[in-house]
Design a protein around this ligand. Structure first.
Ligand SMILES: Cc1ncc(COP(=O)(O)O)c(C=O)c1O
Length: 485
C-alpha cells in the first residue's frame, strides 16, 4: 500500500469530532433550507463538506510545511525521482508563475515558443521578463503546432546571447512531445535555465508507452523545474498541481517556496491537497499499472476500429519523427482526429449533440478527445460507434468532396517586434481603440489569438505590422486596442 499522510491526517481530524469554531463558515454542513436541497443535489454532502478544511492543528501549513504536507510532498518527490515537490492549489498556471519568479531576475530575456500557454504571459508580467519568441514546429497534415526544435533553440541562443532561460511546453495540448534531451543538453552547454511546462505530462514517468518526462532526464542535463497538472491526467481534483525541482536543478527550494507563498492563498483547500496526496499514491500503485495497461489495450482496439472508418484520420506516433531515446513522440492516450471533409468544430459538435461524446477541444481542422484510465469498455465502444456514425452522416449529407484531408498550409506569420515588455505594456495606463486600417505601426494593448494561425497574432507591447493587419482583416477584426504613446 502506498502511504497517504495528508489523507491520514484528515481522517484523524475527523475522528476528533470537535465543535467547529473556525473557518470555513459552512462548518461541515450544507447551507439551510432551499440551498440545502440544491447543495445536496450537487453532491455537496455533509461527508464532503466535513473534510473541506483549511490549515488547522495537526494538518500542517502549506507555506511552511513540516507535518503531513511536507511528508506527502516528499513522498511525491521520491515517486517522481526528483529532489523536491511542491503542491500548487492554483494549477500549473500558479506553479509556472512561481517558477518564473524564482528562476529569473527582472528584465531577463527568456526564450518561449509562441504556442506557450497563456499562464506564461501572466508569469512574464509578474516577473518582469522579456520574451524572445520562437516558432514551434508546424504539422500541416494535422493543422497543429508541435514542440520547438533543438535547431530553433540553438539558433536563438546564437542570435540572442542575453537569453537566460527557456520555457518549453512538453507535451502540447494534443500530446506532441518535444525533443527534451537535445534541448536540455543545449541549455546545460550554454548555461541557460530550463523550465518545462508538463501540465499534460503527469503520467509520463509511470509508463514507457508515454513520451519521456523531464523528471526522467539524467542529473547532468536536468531541467530546473517541471510543472505538472495531475488534475488533467492523474485523477486529482481540478486546480491541483505540483512543481518538481529535479536533482541537479539550479533553483533553490527555499526560493521556490517563497515565490509560491507570495502567490498562493493562505487558506488552501484540503480537498485539493488531499486529492494530490491520493493521486500521487494511486499513480505509484500496482493498481494504476493495471489500469493503464487495460487502457492501452482498449486504445489499441479503438485504433483498429477507427482504421476501418475511411473518412476519419487519427494522429498517432507513427506520423511524427522518432525522438532520441526510443520513447514515443506522442501521448497516444490523446485522440486528435480529422475528418476528410467536415471541420473539426462541426465534427465535434455533431458527435456531442447527436452521440453524447463530449470533446476536450476542437479547431477548424480536427478535434481532441482524451481517453482516461477511468473509461470503461462501453465508453470506448461508444467512441468507435460515434465515428462510424459520423462517416455515414457525412456520406448522407454529401459532404464527401474531391479533396479529402487537405494539407493545412502554414499561415504566413511575422513574429512581432516586442516594443514593450509584457509587464510595461500591462502597466501602461493609456489605451485607445482604433480602426484596423489605422493600427499599422502602433503597439498592441491586447492579446489577439486567431485560428489560423492558432497562436497569438499579437500580444500587449508588440508592434503591429502589415502581415498582422492582413491576418486580422481575414478573420473579420475591425478594431484593435493600441497603446497611446
Ligand atoms: C500547456 C498548458 N500549460 C499550462 C496550463 C495551465 O494548467 P492549469 O489549468 O493546471 O493551471 C494548461 C491548461 O490547459 C496547458 O494546456
Amino acid at each position: 500500500m502506498q502511504n497517504t499522510p495528508l489523507v491520514t491526517a484528515l481522517l484523524v481530524n475527523k475522528t476528533l469530532n470537535r465543535r467547529r469554531f473556525h473557518v470555513p463558515a459552512h462548518a461541515g454542513l450544507p447551507l439551510g433550507n432551499y440551498f440545502r436541497a440544491l447543495s445536496q443535489q450537487l453532491g455537496f454532502s455533509a461527508d464532503l463538506l466535513a473534510v473541506d478544511l483549511t490549515e488547522l492543528d495537526g494538518l500542517d501549513v502549506l507555506s511552511i510545511p513540516e507535518g503531513c504536507i511536507a511528508e506527502s510532498q516528499a513522498l511525491t518527490a521520491e515517486r517522481y525521482g526528483v529532489a523536491h515537490t511542491f503542491y500548487s492549489i492554483n494549477g500549473t498556471s500558479g506553479g509556472l508563475h512561481a517558477c518564473l519568479l524564482a528562476s529569473f531576475q527582472p528584465d531577463d530575456a527568456v526564450l518561449i515558443p509562441r504556442n506557450a500557454h497563456r499562464s506564461i504571459i501572466a508569469g512574464l508580467v509578474l516577473a518582469g521578463l522579456n520574451p524572445v519568441w520562437c516558432e514551434p514546429i508546424w504539422h500541416p497534415d494535422w493543422g497543429l503546432w508541435g514542440g520547438v526544435s533543438p535547431e530553433t533553440v540553438e539558433q536563438a541562443f546564437k542570435e540572442n546571447p542575453a537569453i537566460q532561460g527557456v520555457i518549453i511546453t512538453h507535451p502540447t495540448y494534443e500530446g506532441l512531445a518535444t525533443d527534451l534531451e537535445a534541448i536540455a543538453k543545449l541549455c546545460k552547454t550554454h548555461n541557460k535555465r530550463l523550465i518545462v511546462d508538463e501540465a499534460h505530462g503527469a503520467l509520463f514517468v509511470w509508463h514507457k508507452a508515454f513520451p519521456l518526462s523531464a523528471c526522467e532526464l539524467p542529473e547532468v542535463i536536468s531541467a530546473d523545474a517541471v510543472v505538472q497538472s495531475p488534475h488533467k491526467t492523474g485523477g486529482s481534483l481540478t486546480q491541483s498541481a505540483w512543481v518538481h525541482l529535479p536533482k541537479g536543478s539550479a533553483i533553490s527550494a527555499r526560493r521556490l517556496q517563497q515565490a509560491l507563498n507570495h502567490l498562493q492563498t493562505t487558506s488552501p483547500s484540503y480537498l485539493l491537497l488531499a486529492s494530490l496526496d491520493l493521486a500521487s499514491a494511486w499513480l505509484a500503485s500496482v493498481d494504476f499499472q493495471q489500469a493503464v495497461q487495460w487502457q492501452l489495450l482498449r486504445i489499441q482496439r479503438l485504433e483498429r476500429q477507427l482504421q476501418g472508418v475511411p473518412s476519419v484520420r487519427l494522429l498517432r506516433k507513427t506520423h511524427l519523427p522518432v525522438l532520441a531515446g526510443g520513447r514515443p513522440a506522442l501521448d497516444e492516450t490523446r485522440f486528435y482526429l480529422r475528418h476528410a471533409t467536415l471541420s473539426g468544430e462541426t465534427m465535434a459538435e455533431l458527435l456531442e449533440t447527436e452521440r453524447g461524446l463530449s470533446y476536450e477541444s476542437c479547431n477548424p481542422y480536427g478535434a481532441l478527445y482524451l481517453t482516461s484510465f477511468q473509461h470503461e469498455e462501453a465508453d470506448f465502444q461508444a467512441f468507435a460507434d460515434g465515428f462510424s456514425w459520423i462517416h455515414q452522416y457525412a456520406i448522407a449529407e454529401e459532404t464527401q468532396q474531391k479533396m479529402p484531408f487537405k494539407l493545412v498550409e502554414q499561415v504566413l506569420f511575422t513574429m512581432p517586434e516586442v516594443v514593450l515588455s509584457p509587464r510595461n505594456a500591462f502597466f501602461h495606463a493609456e489605451v485607445e481603440t482604433v480602426d484596423l486600417a489605422e493600427a499599422l505601426g502602433r503597439i498592441s494593448a491586447e492579446t489577439i489569438v486567431r485560428c489560423p494561425p492558432g497562436i497569438p497574432v499579437l500580444l500587449p507591447g508588440e508592434r503591429i505590422q502589415p502581415s498582422h493587419l492582413s491576418l486580422l482583416g481575414q478573420s473579420g477584426t475591425v478594431t484593435v486596442q493600441v497603446i497611446v504613446q
